[in-house]
Design a protein around this ligand. Structure first.
Ligand code: ADP
Ligand code: MG
Length: 612
């Protein structure tokens, strides 16, 4: 009979490490959380080789006194809770007391610290679980934890580490989450001696968002502020114009922690129902505050998921806060895109947001709901794609690329209005950005960029579905200069790019050689196209999953290649574009979900001029 033995502490730690330390990004999270718990207002994260060679976190927090250093690296030792009652009333980010012990058991860890009341600091080294002795050393007030050679003594786990680029991506995402949750703290992130992010403290979350995701996105955000009883939901959601093909830009923050919560993600999707095309997901940056006893954060080893005492209540509050906000923003009161049947414009009662914006006070009825028919396709169950697995290309073409989701769309716009047929005047361009055409008894206004983009997107998509894109090898390969980051990011996606007919090769240093291009894109400014693709890949919100990637790529390529607003078009170009639109099945929305076309029927105009 096998004998039962108590496991030795270092074995226990190694096992625990499997839960807490999965990759460099998990160390970044644990160490930065410790710094925040220590009251730091400045936290510097320094990485080497994506964090696999070293993760170092420097803070200016309260520090650890020399006599406590040993305890800090001992498992189940924490300064953050005293009794079991505290477990359900945690105000700190950590409290399990196992991060440092776990990390130390699978790496070389050096802990150096000084408290404000002492002029000297002390340090302690842990190598693969064996703890050294505390030695005095010079140090600034605060704590520096340096972790090198992760998993050096657990080769199996080391094998699970991915490319430096991928690990770096996870670390950047981790810092992004922490920095969004703590805008008042100064963060910096340095990789291989390159400063990637310097984030001085800001009083507005919006400024942090702008730093990470760009000013245009930040400016278009809608502010949310809802307080019901002791639960507050505040922050921002993006305008439906800004959506993603994944849910990764849904930042939910609870008590300073980034969390994932299916139910809340669902509430989000519900709120946007009818405002986004199928397969597109909202972006949000929402902070939830509630009394600590309303939520159990101790159900997940890294506290990524939590359990709410009354999840239903939070769900309802979030949904109603967003809906109310959308109503206020009048998101529902735009003219109908071509997608909704132009002849059912009187159908204002069934707005997605549950209001009838109609002819009140005898005023003319201006508002036509956004595409009512999209709603049918947004069954929430289908939307739940938060699973992070990598789908292969076959699965991708079967879902995102297939027309199945469009076939059951009952909109009459499936048969595009033939602009040319009964037009009495040719289409014209106004304001260097809109095209206006007349069809029988309707005036059609088209956004030239959105329209061209949707036509290109559809062409590319169809081509990819029906086989490999016909590519044009470049007679003279074109070198394109990028930043090191961007070059690496782009080369990481070589295979996927090749699916699209974009062939690249490393050319040494920060240069990438473009050797082939789909003939569809032959006329583009190639350097620019490649640069903007690379910049997108290298950005923290950038997609890394293959399935999303190809779709995102199509969007990007179509967007980059399309005529821009502001481009003056020749008469033939205008007629050409309008004619292509007529052939196109789905040109009523650009790939971002914006309408490409507004249709004004004669009744619409009559009503505007109070003729009815
Ligand atoms: P936990 O954070 O769950 O308490 P850790 O293993 O992460 O467990 O840390 C153990 C203890 O070490 C903490 O409770 C804290 O007292 C101390 N500590 C860790 N990092 C820091 C830091 N950066 N500044 C001050 N104290 C720290
Ligand atoms: Mg901790």
């Amino acid at each position: 009979m096998p004998e039962i033995k108590q496991l030795l502490p270092h074995v226990v730690n190694k096992i625990a490490a499997g839960e807490v330390v999965e990759r460099p990004a998990s160390m970044v999270k644990e160490l930065v959380e410790n710094a925040i718990d220590a009251g730091a207002d400045r936290v510097d994260v320094v990485l080497r080789e994506g964090g696999t060679a070293e993760v170092r976190v420097v803070d200016n927090g309260c520090g650890i006194s020399p006599d406590q250093l040993l305890l800090a690296v001992t498992s189940h030792a924490t300064s953050k809770i005293q009794s079991d009652d505290d477990l359900f009333d945690v105000s700190t980010l950590g409290f399990r007391g196992e991060a440092l012990a776990s990390i130390g058991s699978v790496s070389h860890l050096k802990l150096r610290s000084r408290v404000a009341t002492s002029d000297a600091g002390a340090e302690l080294q842990v190598d693969g679980g064996s703890i050294g002795t505390v030695t005095p050393t010079a140090a600034a007030v605060g704590t520096t934890v340096s972790v090198s050679d992760l998993f050096f003594n657990t080769p199996v786990r080391r094998k699970f580490l991915r490319t430096i680029r991928t690990e770096l991506g996870h670390c950047i995402e981790t810092v992004t989450r922490l920095a969004l949750a703590h805008p008042q703290i100064h963060f910096s992130l340095t990789h291989d001696d390159r400063l990637l992010h310097d984030l001085p403290p800001v009083s507005e979350l919006r400024d942090r968002i702008a730093h990470f995701f760009g000013q245009p996105l930040a400016e278009g955000l809608l502010e949310i502020s809802s307080q019901e009883g002791d639960i507050a939901v505040t922050g921002y959601v993006a305008h439906p114009q800004n959506s993603r093909s994944h849910t990764k830009m849904q930042y939910l923050i609870l008590g300073g922690r980034f969390i994932r919560d299916r139910s809340l993600q669902h509430a989000l999707s519900e709120a946007y129902r009818g405002l986004l095309l199928r397969g597109r997901y909202p972006i949000c940056f929402l902070q939830i505050e509630m009394p600590a006893d309303q939520v159990d954060v101790n159900v997940h080893p890294t506290k990524l998921e939590v359990r709410f005492r009354d999840g239903q209540r939070l769900y309802r509050q979030m949904l109603s806060a967003l809906r109310t906000r959308f109503l206020k923003a009048n998101l529902n009161a735009t003219l109908a895109p071509l997608g909704s049947a132009p002849h059912s414009t009187k159908q204002t009662a069934s707005l997605p947001l549950g209001t009838a914006s109609g002819s009140r006070d005898g005023m003319p009825n201006r508002a036509i709901p956004v595409n009512l028919h999209e709603r049918k396709n947004l069954s929430s169950a289908e939307q739940d794609t938060s699973g992070e697995g990598e789908a292969d290309l076959a699965a991708f073409s079967a879902s995102a690329f297939s027309d199945a989701n469009r076939k059951d769309t009952p909109h009459t716009a499936g048969q595009p209005i033939n602009v040319d047929q009964h037009a009495t005047v040719p289409a014209i361009q106004v304001m260097d950005r809109y095209l206006i055409a007349e069809s029988d008894n309707t005036v059609i206004v088209m956004d030239q960029h959105a329209l061209h983009e949707s036509i290109l997107y559809e062409k590319l998509r169809e081509k990819i579905l029906s086989g490999p894109l016909d590519r044009q090898p470049l007679l003279v390969p074109e070198p394109v200069d990028l930043s090191a980051d961007e070059a690496a990011a782009l080369l990481d996606q070589r295979e996927t790019l090749s699916q699209l007919g974009i062939e690249i090769e490393p050319f040494g240093g920060e240069t990438v050689l473009l050797t082939g291009l789909p003939s569809l894109l032959a006329k583009q400014n190639r350097g620019k196209l490649l640069q903007s693709l690379a910049a997108q890949f290298a950005s923290p919100g950038g997609t890394t999953e293959r399935r999303d990637l190809l779709d995102e790529l199509l969007h990007m390529v179509a967007c980059k290649a399309a005529i821009k607003a502001g481009d003056v078009l020749a008469t033939e170009e205008i007629q050409d574009l309008v004619a292509q639109r007529t052939e196109s099945k789905t040109s009523h929305h650009c790939p971002h979900g914006r309408p490409t076309t507004l249709v004004l029927t004669r009744e619409d105009l009559d009503r505007q001029f109070l003729r009815t």
